[in-house]
Design a protein around this ligand. Structure first.
Ligand code: ZN
Ligand code: ZN
Length: 244
């Protein structure tokens, strides 16, 4: 009873605002955005690359492998993302990661749970794993954004969460200004599996906030497969897309 009164009081004093336009709408979608802002999110729909999930600019036509996957197939079986990494979703992810808005993790994770993904059967996975942060980065930021998303997904889909087996052994310089080749070299050997028994024969769903070139996710996948995982799929909240 007291709890409810306090909650109502808090809602009056600090009404939940849209994370983008800061208005107080009648309802917030996923506790994040007002309906008008939510509509601006560009959800990824077909046509897309069935392997890495990149959407194609031309909304006509059917799914087909992208040039990138034709040239160099990815080690993960499939990758999908909720929406493109731009506009209000980009701002929300920046606020979440760099301005300590950890409370947004549940809503952003719910965005990932609420969507459906062509060509990806999430219930077929036996383990959910976030891309780990190096301990130094974790101390700086105070939390691993991918773990918060993975937690929400693990609860939403009732699939066990494992955030200890895959570890980041080596801290690597930020990759934001690097090209694909540089990223691959930068990330090589950065990950390790602490307990190989735990990942053996598992169907691992690897979670990250943003898929950029896929180098980090590919490297994590290689390490998991080398440690005996049966297969690895990738799910990210956002997808960096060059020209759509
Ligand atoms: Zn809004
Ligand atoms: Zn592709």
């Amino acid at each position: 009873m007291l709890k409810e009164v306090l909650r109502d009081l808090a809602d009056v004093l600090f009404p939940p605002r849209c994370q983008s336009c800061r208005t107080v709408p009648e309802k917030l979608i996923n506790d994040l955005f007002c309906p008008a802002c939510e509509e601006k999110i560009r959800y990824i729909r077909t046509p897309l690359c069935p392997a890495c999930g990149v959407p194609f600019a031309d909304s006509e036509g059917s799914d087909h492998l992208c040039g990138d996957c034709l040239m160099a197939p990815k080690p993960f079986v499939v990758a999908r993302s909720v929406a493109t990494f731009d506009g209000i979703l980009l701002e929300a992810i920046h606020a979440f990661k760099y301005h300590n808005k950890t409370g947004m993790g549940t809503g952003l994770g719910r965005m990932m749970t609420g969507d459906s993904y062509t060509g990806m059967d999430i219930q077929g996975y036996t383990m959910i794993m976030p891309v780990p942060l190096h301990i130094r980065r974790l101390r700086e930021r105070g939390f691993n954004q991918s773990l918060l998303l993975a937690k929400a997904l693990s609860e939403g889909y009732a699939i066990p969460l494992d955030f200890l087996s895959l570890r980041r052994e080596r801290d690597t310089p930020p990759q934001t200004t690097m090209g694909r080749k540089e990223r691959q070299a930068n990330i090589k050997g950065a990950f390790d599996v602490a307990d190989k028994e735990r990942v053996r024969n598992q169907h691992v769903l690897l979670i990250d906030d943003v898929y950029t070139t896929g180098s980090t996710l590919a490297e994590c996948t290689r390490v998991l497969l080398n440690s005996g995982a049966a297969q690895v799929g990738v799910l990210t909240l956002a997808r960096a897309v060059k020209d759509v």
